[in-house]
Design a protein. Structure first.
Lengths: 220, 247
């Protein structure tokens, strides 16, 4: 029962995102546009760009990932699918985990894959590009998990779009700090990689449980 | 705890406690303020500006304690559905946010003469800033959801996740700070404080805490009263409608 609901939720979200090209492409385009703005604002000094690249790429990824949260539960809530999912008898946390995984596959994974473009735009060397991509790969599950919670908490709010980043961004400060620390390299990069991975693991445990509570509240 | 589940019983207890608490708060400030601001010695390095500490440190303490209280009240509300817990959370959030704001402002005012700039990305100030954002998010979510019961529960879920996250934020900001500022402006261990400054600081901590408890009790009492007024108004509106449909 649980596994079937999990697979159905995940499959539906991924198929929907692939059917409307905007689903996966829009956050990716947003990511690239924001990245291109920074050299325009900061100037073309390549030493400066190389130094700020990890932070800029991470902040851009953070914002791009949040952008896609707006409609994560919106359509399901409006047409009653959410009621069905919550009352189907499967653990609601599994539904929440499926939504988190769908968000990661549809939104975050393309950002990870596209991050070497950021590296090239900001003139990073091969090692730095690899570190950036790996830190994003390790850290984005936490963004998806906490972001899903933010989306679930605001599903009852008519205009919840701006509210989600306000709720979610302060909670994601540690992920940003360790993610940038890992991407930036240096003596403590290894330590930061471990912490980013730990944060994602923790968020994948706490996030779906809290999201389930929020979803039960939304359909009650 | 079940004894207090009855709001009327809580109100009568609060009514008995509040005069004593208010008097104790006034007394503590009456002793603490002149002691801290006039009679304690100036610092040998910072001079008179060190007196900002007597406001800054108690504010920071209550800002953190306020969020801890918010998280505990939320847990009690979610688990036991204790009616007072939600009212306590409503009462706590703006007061905690206020003390967090006060910590940031006094930190900036202290930073200007000591560090030569209003704002330094010092680990403690940065943690306080994130805490301020957590408070704002809590209040924004509560405000945005129309159904007060659902608003309370959604905000409670958020504050619990925030409470779990708070030590992680603190740890990450400390890590980030040592990475970027190997020679911190504030010494990490700090010199052991002389009793001539520690005593007024402790008195001020007590005064601020008494003020905090007094205000929170007051606000819960006001919330109970507001709920009762709301209930009466609804009952009257229902009665009026029934009379109209009957007529």
């Amino acid at each position: 029962m649980g596994a079937r609901v999990f697979a159905a939720t995940l499959g539906q979200d991924v198929r929907l995102a692939l059917a409307q090209a905007g689903g996966t492409l829009m956050p990716l385009m947003f990511f690239l546009v924001v990245l291109a703005l920074f050299p325009l604002g900061l100037g073309s000094d390549s030493a400066l760009l190389t130094r700020v690249a990890p932070a800029v790429a991470w902040v851009a990824a953070l914002l791009a990932a949040l952008l896609a949260l707006d409609r994560l539960f919106g359509a399901d809530f409006e047409d009653g699918t959410l009621d069905q999912l919550v009352t189907a008898g499967a653990p609601v946390a599994l539904v929440a985990l499926a939504k988190t995984l769908a968000h990661w596959l549809v939104t975050a994974l393309p950002l990870v894959v596209a991050s070497p473009i950021a590296g090239i735009l900001f003139q990073l060397d091969g090692d730095a590009i690899a570190r950036l991509a790996l830190s994003l790969a390790l850290g984005t599950p936490a963004l998806s998990a906490i972001g899903t919670l933010g989306a679930a908490l605001t599903v009852m709010v008519r205009r919840g779009g701006v509210l989600v980043p306000i709720l979610v961004l302060p909670l994601l400060v540690p992920v940003l700090i360790f993610g940038v620390g890992a991407a930036a390299g240096g003596a403590q990069a290894m330590q930061a990689f471990y912490f980013v991975g730990a944060l994602s693991m923790g968020a994948l445990v706490v996030g779906p449980v809290a999201t389930a509570a929020a979803l039960r509240l939304a359909v009650a | 705890m079940h004894y207090l589940a009855n709001p009327a019983r809580f109100v009568s207890l609060a009514d008995r406690l509040l005069p004593w608490l208010a008097a104790a708060t006034a007394l503590a400030f009456l002793v603490g303020l002149p002691y801290a601001l006039l009679f304690s010695p100036p610092d040998y390095q910072q001079g008179e500006t060190v007196r900002i500490m007597y406001i800054h440190v108690p504010s920071a303490y209550l800002a953190t304690m306020g969020y801890l209280g918010l998280g505990i009240a939320s847990a009690v509300w979610l688990i036991w559905r204790h009616p007072l817990a939600d009212l306590a959370a409503v009462a706590l959030a703006p007061v905690g946010a206020l003390f967090t704001g006060l910590t940031l402002v006094t930190g900036a005012v202290w930073g200007k003469p000591t560090w030569g700039t209003w704002w330094v990305w010092d680990a403690r100030l940065t943690s306080m800033l994130v805490l301020f954002f957590l408070y704002l998010g809590y209040m924004a979510l509560r405000e945005a959801i129309e159904d007060p019961d659902k608003a309370g529960k959604a905000a409670a879920i958020l504050s619990l996740v925030g409470l779990i996250n708070l030590p992680i934020i603190k740890f990450s900001v400390d890590w980030w700070n040592t990475l970027h500022q190997p020679a911190s402006l504030l010494r990490r261990d700090g010199p052991a404080m002389d009793p001539s400054m520690l005593t007024p600081l402790l008195i001020m901590l007590g005064a601020f805490s008494l003020y905090f408890v007094t205000v929170i009790l007051w606000r819960i009492k006001a919330a109970v009263a507001a709920k009762r007024v709301d209930g009466l108004r609804r009952a009257r509106a229902h009665a009026a409608q029934r009379a109209r449909t009957a007529a």
